[in-house]
Design a protein around this ligand. Structure first.
Ligand SMILES: CC(C)(COP(=O)(O)OP(=O)(O)OC[C@H]1O[C@@H](n2cnc3c(N)ncnc32)[C@H](O)[C@@H]1OP(=O)(O)O)[C@@H](O)C(=O)NCCC(=O)NCCS
Length: 141
């Protein structure tokens, strides 16, 4: 397995997502365009790259997260290139993203776990977790 390096980029992608992000997205999700409604705001973009001699580092996975309001954020999307899945890339990306958001004063991170690996990682990092009040019991009477 190639050595993975994590990069953090704070950016606003007005004119579309970077090409290498779209390449990983297509590989992971088997589908095209990015999350258009969200791309005009500032996002935290965490990249997993592999260095290559005499070439640009290769993007193999990413997380995109957005600030919501006050001290909350959305862990919006994570994807790993198919041939790099199952080697801890998402795990490293998630841990790094959570640390970065906390450094930015974010207390609550929400996210939609649409993959069992994400459900596992969200539980571990308390994403979409226990910030709110407890759910009241169902009124069965
Ligand atoms: C979901 C995805 C990002 C995971 O990436 P990955 O690099 O293969 O994940 P990792 O190897 O880091 O595994 C993450 C953790 O999930 C666990 N895991 C993997 N598959 C699992 C499964 N089917 N059920 C439960 N846990 C699972 C791993 O054991 C690991 O836990 P650990 O760190 O405690 O060992 C990748 O499969 C992907 O890009 N999928 C398509 C896009 C997608 O669905 N994104 C998520 C929603 S935005």
């Amino acid at each position: 397995m190639d050595r993975i390096r994590i990069e953090r980029i704070e950016a606003r992608y007005r004119d579309g997502w970077p090409r290498d992000l779209m390449h990983v997205r297509r590989s992971a999700f088997n589908r095209g365009p990015g999350p258009y409604p969200l791309r005009r705001q500032v996002c935290w973009y965490v990249r997993a790259v592999v260095d290559r001699p005499h070439r640009k580092p290769k993007l193999v996975g990413y997380v995109v997260a957005y600030p919501l309001y006050d001290d909350t954020a959305s862990f919006d999307e994570i994807a790993v290139l198919k041939e790099y899945q199952g080697h801890g890339v998402a795990s490293a990306l998630t841990a790094n993203t959570v640390d970065w958001l906390k450094d930015n004063g974010i207390q609550d991170i929400s996210g939609l776990a649409i993959h069992p690996a994400m459900s596992h990682l969200f539980r571990r990092h308390n994403i979409g977790g226990t910030g709110g009040p407890p759910t009241p019991p169902l009124n069965t009477g």
